[in-house]
Design a protein. Structure first.
Length: 256
């Protein structure tokens, strides 16, 4: 597959779990990793008869910024659901809300992920150091730090811990350039950041691709896909991904 035929890759966006088949088709040709905010929402997205696509990967989430999710979190239910997903997200810690309850939830999520062939999309708004502390305490080979605005030292620490980073056009060039290209994935975080990223829908990563291309002097899409392939190999998540996504990763790995 020629480089130009690889689709846009959005590794962190939000889509309503009751999305219609027509709406899912409207995301094509992009591949979108769709985060959920609770176990209930994640399982609802996989219900019988739900709209689906080989280009749409649902995550099992427990969002730290959603008070109801934190208050109602049940570690056993989360752990039981993990086997149905290739992706855990959105999870992590947030500067708002009950610190202790969030920490208990994140630790439970990391325990549930232990030994599981999955990726984890991790939220760290205002809690970068604390998130890294927890990842160091309970390492996982599939961690992707979503919209990570940590210091240069925190980025370096995250790299040493094996983390990857999903980046969007709302991030400053200074922050983006701290992150090694070989650990970079593209995202939109649609719709939360659409006024800042310029994304018109999930999968619209054109602006972040342009920012990265300007810095590196070349189109980076094949590199981003190759990065995802490497991350899935090391975490074991490849075989849980849709066959179409597996094919794109294999193609990118051979191109790069």
């Amino acid at each position: 597959m020629p480089h130009s035929e690889l689709p846009p890759l959005d590794t962190h966006a939000h889509i309503a779990a009751d999305v219609t088949a027509a709406q899912v088709r409207g995301l094509e040709p992009a591949v979108v990793f769709a985060m959920t905010r609770s176990v209930k929402e994640g399982l609802y997205a996989l219900r019988p008869g739900a709209a689906s696509s080989e280009s749409l990967v649902w995550g099992l989430g427990s969002h730290p910024g959603v008070g109801q999710t934190v208050a109602q979190f049940h570690g056993g239910a989360f752990a039981k659901a993990v086997a149905r997903f290739a992706l855990i997200g959105e999870v992590g810690l947030d500067r708002r809300g009950d610190d202790a309850a969030q920490m208990a939830m994140f630790r439970s999520v990391l325990r549930a992920a232990e030994g599981q062939p999955v990726l984890l999309s991790v939220h760290s708004t205002g809690r970068c150091a604390a998130v890294l502390d927890e990842i160091e305490r309970a390492p996982h080979s599939g961690v992707v730090l979503h919209w990570f605005n940590g210091t240069a030292n925190e980025v370096s620490r995250a790299v040493d811990l094996g983390c990857y980073f999903s980046v969007n056009a709302a991030m400053t060039p200074a922050v983006l350039m701290r992150i090694p290209l070989e650990r970079t994935l593209t995202e939109t975080d649609f719709p939360a950041s659409r006024t800042k990223t310029g994304a018109t829908r999930p999968g619209d990563v054109a602006r972040i691709e342009a920012m990265l291309a300007e810095h590196y002097g070349r189109d980076v899409r094949a590199q981003v896909w190759a990065n995802l392939a490497a991350l899935c190999r090391r975490s074991g998540a490849t075989n849980r991904m849709p066959m179409e996504v597996q094919a794109y990763m294999e193609s990118a790995s051979s191109l790069w």
